[in-house]
Write a protein that binds this ligand. Structure first.
Ligand code: XMP
Length: 213
């Protein structure tokens, strides 16, 4: 697998840069700040112009099924969506998952977040929800490599995507070495003076790191 980076786009990145980046990333993760800054229509138009394998909308949905469906139905230009798992199954994630299945879209569930204040004492409950929903993928912070490895053993067929790399402290490639499929990276790329070369350097670091896992 060549490209192991999902670019987190929480701020506007011009199309000229995105076009240069598209062959260097696996996916593009659209954050709520970007949609609030640009408006939905501009985001939709921007996404239409890029050729990237997976477009993931990350609003970290956490609501009743009806409301989450009302959000995602406006964003069906994306391939997949991230929701929290702690909200539970009945009347919530079960409805969202059925809706996304019907539309041929993917669902990622947050298993554990990257920031230090996240409380892992709900972990066994979160695992139950993940088993019941059987999402396309799960999100686990790259700062928690032990957890990535244990989820990989328990949920071997579920894709793991991992944020918290760079600015939040995890080293490039560590999450992949622990079992993640992709690393989600935002500010370290889009705030760089030269985002294209920065991404290329990060890809090289990951490639070297992964060869020596
Ligand atoms: P930076 O700029 O820190 O971007 O590279 C990180 C991106 O990832 C998101 N993020 C998370 N998403 N679980 C998630 O589902 C997490 O633990 C987590 N930590 C960071 C953040 O929203 C940003 O888009």
């Amino acid at each position: 697998m060549k490209n192991r980076v999902i670019l987190a786009m929480d701020k506007y990145i011009p199309l000229e840069i995105l076009s240069e980046i598209e062959s260097e990333v696996y996916g593009l993760k659209i954050g709520l700040p970007l949609v609030l800054d640009l408006g939905l229509e501009k985001v939709r138009n921007l996404v239409k112009e890029v050729n990237i394998e997976e477009i993931i909308v990350d609003f970290k949905l956490a609501d009743i099924g009806y409301v989450m469906k009302s959000v995602v139905e406006k964003m069906l230009f994306a391939d997949s969506f991230i929701a929290h798992s702690f909200i539970g199954v009945k009347g919530s994630l079960d409805e969202l998952k059925s809706y996304l299945d019907e539309k041929g879209k993917g669902l990622y569930l947050v298993a554990s977040m990257s920031h230090s204040g996240w409380n892992n004492s709900f972990l066994s409950y979160i695992k139950e929800v993940i088993k019941e929903i059987n999402p396309k993928g799960i999100v686990i912070g790259a700062t928690k490599t032990d957890l990535i490895s244990s989820f990989k053993r328990e949920f071997s067929s579920i894709k793991i995507i991992s944020p918290g790399v760079g600015v939040q402290g995890a080293n490039y490639g560590d999450a992949i070495c622990a079992g993640a499929d992709f690393e989600i990276i935002g500010r370290s790329i889009y705030t760089a003076k030269d985002p294209v070369n920065q991404l290329k350097s990060i890809n090289k670091i990951i490639e070297d790191r992964v060869m020596n896992c």
